[in-house]
Design a protein around this ligand. Structure first.
Ligand code: ASP
Ligand code: MG
Length: 297
């Protein structure tokens, strides 16, 4: 399982870097790619919801999303054929239309029910999956999307759900029995409740998504790809001489993330430790760096 965060999907060049990494890994092993929304998209979606709730003008937030999505799809050339591009543009158009329809309803009610908000805020991840799957297919790779609402099972709140690991194991096994592409591309952040409605795993929850699906699929490793070389002994932006740590125990990693280290979502380690799956923090901008290894060696 390889998870890429929003900064690794910030622009067309980053999308290409991620496709390169996935293509290289896929030579040796089947994989699940877990993707965040492109950088800034979830915040724009939140701004859209909040504007509609307060009866303010939500159109600028929607326009920002439109601009960012179109730019990503258009600049993915020459990766995509004209046909693929048209299809993606159409799908994106439909997503934006759905957001506009929801926003109108929210503005009327001055209220956004949690199940609706969960659907809206997950739009960025859905976009990343559609674009990345198209990019990989355009390279002739056996890639397809894996529906996270179906396989990442959860319980609790629509906006801050927690993993249901036994249900995830069963759902993944069922999906696998129906056939799995060599590269299964899956949205982070979005899970499915027992009633099959989408629920979010909390802000920055894509790391947690990766851990849940890694545990549910008995993955060999869960790699979290970000924009730093790994875990440092202190925040390198604040502390001069902070050192890169090459290995950590699960307990140490959990402690660091609970005390605010931004590199890993605090809920990530639990499912991995339970399933005995190592976690590696890797840098998309420096893929040859070893990164930080968490857990068993
Ligand atoms: N896109 C979501 C967020 O910004 C989830 C994530 O990136 O991990 O919170
Ligand atoms: Mg993140």
């Amino acid at each position: 399982v390889l998870k890429f965060g929003g900064s690794s999907l910030a622009n067309p060049a980053r999308f290409k870097d991620v496709a390169d990494i996935a293509a290289q890994y896929a030579r040796d092993t089947p994989l699940i790619l877990v993707l965040s929304a492109p950088q800034g998209v979830t915040n724009a979606l939140l701004a859209l919801v909040s504007a509609a709730q307060h009866g303010a003008d939500w159109q600028p937030a929607l326009d920002r999303l439109h601009t960012q999505f179109s730019h990503l799809v258009e600049q993915a050339v020459p990766g995509l054929s004209d046909y693929q591009q048209k299809q993606l543009q159409l799908a994106t158009q439909q997503q934006l239309q759905a957001l506009a329809d929801y926003a109108k309803g929210i503005a009327l009610l001055r209220h956004c029910p949690d199940p609706v908000q969960a659907r809206m805020l997950g739009t960025g991840e859905q976009f990343s999956v559609a674009l990345m799957t198209a990019l990989l297919k355009a390279r002739g790779l056996d890639a397809g999307s894996l529906d996270s609402t179906r396989v990442v099972r959860s319980q609790g709140d629509y906006l801050n759900a927690g993993a249901d690991l036994p249900a995830t194991r069963a759902a993944f096994a069922a999906a696998k029995a129906q056939g799995m592409p060599r590269i299964a591309v899956m949205a982070g952040f979005i899970s499915g409740l027992a009633n099959d409605e989408p629920a979010l795993l909390g802000r920055n929850g894509s790391d947690y998504s990766a851990a849940i699906i890694a545990a549910g699929s008995q993955a060999e490793v869960c790699e979290i790809w970000t924009d730093v070389d790994g875990v440092y002994s202190a925040d390198p932006r604040q502390v001069k001489g902070a050192k890169l740590v090459d290995a950590l125990s699960y307990a140490e990693a959990m402690e660091l993330s609970y005390f605010g280290a931004k590199v890993l979502h605090p809920k990530t380690i639990g499912p991995l430790a339970q399933a005995g799956i190592p976690c590696v923090i890797k840098n998309t901008l420096n893929p040859s760096a070893a990164g930080t290894r968490i857990g068993i060696d």
